[in-house]
Design a protein around this ligand. Structure first.
Ligand code: GDP
Ligand code: MG
Length: 153
């Protein structure tokens, strides 16, 4: 296990439903460090780039319309095994299969309104962080005062 960064995003339904604080709180309380945060509505082209690997799927147009329906909140979280554990905090893609206690398992029902996004691999996390925060300066380096209480050294 190593320290990783992952890109987590509150989707438009999560923003509209007032779940931004709840989602941030779950990552914060688990022990992850917030190193990037921004609200934005970047438009269709940017969203198509983010979901490029899904462009052949039948649900792609609907997915882009959904993601373009309001602002999103993008975040970068850092810590031990952040990519895989980040996805376990979100829950399964289809909320009906997400365990209770996960974000989707607690707050969502439909796959096309599943409240949040999380990177699926370390490589894709870096691509997504570059896409949403830019290659230079978008992510903040800082020392967390609780680091030694969260991570074994
Ligand atoms: P994720 O990594 O868990 O978000 O899942 P994927 O990368 O496979 O898909 C991206 C997003 O597309 C999901 O979070 C869903 O919002 C949406 N999606 C995935 N599969 C389906 C589907 O079968 N139908 C619909 N309507 N949306 C889907
Ligand atoms: Mg995905």
């Amino acid at each position: 296990m190593s320290t990783e960064q992952t890109y987590i995003m509150v989707k438009p339904d999560g923003v509209q439903r007032g779940l931004v604080g709840e989602i941030i709180g779950r990552f914060e309380k688990r022990g992850y460090k917030l190193v990037g945060l921004k609200m934005c509505a970047p438009g269709q082209q940017h969203l198509e780039q983010h979901y490029e690997d899904l462009k052949e799927k039948s649900f792609f147009p609907g997915l882009i319309k959904y993601m373009n329906s309001g602002p999103v909140v993008g975040m970068v979280w850092e810590g031990l095994d952040a990519v895989k554990t980040g996805r376990s905090i979100l829950g399964a893609t289809n909320p009906l299969q997400s365990a209770p206690g996960t974000i989707r398992g607690d707050f969502a029902l439909a796959v096309g309104r599943n409240v949040c996004h999380g990177s699926d691999t370390v490589e894709n996390a870096q691509k997504e962080i570059d896409l949403w925060f830019g290659k230079e300066g978008g992510v903040t380096k800082w020392a967390h005062h609780s680091d030694a209480w969260v991570h074994e050294k």
